[in-house]
Design a protein around this ligand. Structure first.
Ligand code: C2E
Ligand code: MG
Ligand code: MG
Ligand code: MG
Length: 283
C-alpha cells in the first residue's frame, strides 16, 4: 500500500487514461452548447490552424513552426483551445479534430519545405485521448502518405500526463512514430506532477520548457536555477531544448546564456494564419 494512488490507477484497466482537465471551472451550459456546435465545426470548415515560429536562439533562424488550433464559432467568433479542447476530449470529438489537424499540418509542412527551407518542422499537439485509438501510428502513416509529407517534417507534442500512463500502448505508439522519422516533444515541461523516470523510458527528442519558468527569467534567480537544471537534464539525455513563451529581448538573452538552443514566443512571432506566415517567411 506504499502508493495507493498508483495502485488504483493501475487497476482501472488499460483503457482508462487519466487525462487532466484544467477547465473544471467552465460553466456547464457553455460546455453543453459548445459541445453541440463543435460536432459540426469540422464539416463546416470552422477550424483553422495558426502557426507560431520556432527559432534558433544563436541566429534567429526559423527552423519550424507549431500548429495551434483556432475555432471560428459562428456566433462567438474566434475561440482559442482553452475554450474547447477539453470539451473535444470529453466528447471524443478530439479524434476527428485531431486527424484534421494532422492532415492540415502535414500539408503545410510540404509547402514550408518547398517554399521556405529544407528540413522545416511542423509540430502538432496531441491529446492523450488520441492515444486511446490503437491505430494512431497507422493513421499518421496514412496521412504522411496522402499528403506527401516526410516523417522528418512532423513533430508530435505530448504532455507529461501521457507519460505516467502505465500503458504499453503509449510506448508502442511512440516507438512506431519514431520509426516513421517523426520527432517526439514533451510539452509544458516542469508543470506536471510526474516522476522523471519516464524521460529515459520513452523515446523523447525535444523538451519544451513551460513558459511559467521562462517568464521573467531575466530577473528571477529562482527561475534561472530551475531552467539551468532542465537544460542540463535534457542535454544530458541528448534532447533539444525549446523555451516557450519568450516575450522580451532580455529573457531571450538570459536563455541563450544558459545554453538553450531553440525558442518560441511573442518576441519572435505570434501564432498566425498559414498565408500570413508563409508570406513573411518566404521573403
Ligand atoms: P501549448 O502547446 O503549450 O502552446 C503554447 C501556447 O502558448 C499557445 O496558446 C500560444 O499561443 C501561447 N503562446 C505562445 N507564445 C506565447 C508568449 O510569448 N506569451 C504568451 N502569454 N503565450 C504564448 P494557444 O494557441 O491558446 O493554445 C493553448 C494550448 O492548447 C496549447 O498549449 C496546446 O496544449 C493546446 N492546443 C493547441 N492546438 C491544439 C491541437 O491542435 N490539438 C490539441 N490536442 N491541443 C491543442
Ligand atoms: Mg504545444
Ligand atoms: Mg506548451
Ligand atoms: Mg500549454
Amino acid at each position: 500500500y506504499a502508493d495507493t494512488a498508483m495502485y488504483s490507477a493501475k487497476h482501472k484497466g488499460r483503457n482508462n487514461f487519466q487525462c487532466y482537465d484544467h477547465e473544471l471551472t467552465l460553466h456547464v451550459t457553455e460546455r453543453l452548447s459548445l459541445g453541440a456546435a463543435l460536432r459540426y465545426a469540422c464539416a463546416n470548415h470552422e477550424l483553422q490552424l495558426y502557426y507560431q515560429p520556432k527559432v534558433q536562439l544563436k541566429d534567429g533562424r526559423v527552423v519550424g513552426v507549431e500548429a495551434l488550433l483556432r475555432w471560428w464559432h459562428p456566433v462567438l467568433g474566434m475561440l482559442t483551445p482553452d475554450r474547447f479542447i477539453s470539451i473535444a476530449e470529453e466528447t471524443g470529438l478530439i479524434v476527428e479534430i485531431g486527424e484534421w489537424v494532422l492532415k492540415t499540418a502535414c500539408q503545410a509542412a510540404v509547402d514550408f519545405n518547398r517554399d521556405v527551407a529544407a528540413s522545416f518542422k511542423v509540430a502538432v499537439n496531441l491529446s492523450c485521448r488520441q492515444f486511446l485509438q490503437n491505430d494512431l501510428a497507422a493513421t499518421i502513416e496514412a496521412i504522411l502518405k496522402t499528403t506527401g509529407c516526410r516523417g522528418e517534417w512532423l513533430e508530435c507534442e505530448i504532455t507529461e500526463s501521457l507519460m505516467i500512463e502505465d500503458n504499453p500502448q503509449v510506448a508502442n505508439t511512440l516507438e512506431a512514430l519514431r520509426a516513421l522519422g517523426i520527432t517526439i516533444a514533451i510539452d509544458d515541461f516542469g508543470t506536471g506532477y510526474s516522476a522523471l523516470n519516464y524521460l529515459s523510458r520513452f523515446p523523447i527528442d525535444v523538451l519544451k520548457i513551460d513558459r511559467l519558468f521562462i517568464n521573467h527569467i531575466d530577473t528571477d534567480p529562482c527561475k534561472v536555477g530551475l531552467v539551468k537544471v532542465f537544460i542540463a537534464l535534457g542535454t544530458n539525455l541528448e534532447m533539444q531544448i525549446v523555451a516557450e513563451g519568450v516575450e522580451t529581448v532580455s529573457e531571450s538573452a538570459s536563455l541563450q546564456k544558459l545554453g538553450c538552443g531553440l525558442a518560441q514566443g511573442y518576441l519572435f512571432g505570434k501564432p498566425q494564419p498559414f498565408d500570413v506566415l508563409m508570406t513573411t517567411l518566404s521573403l
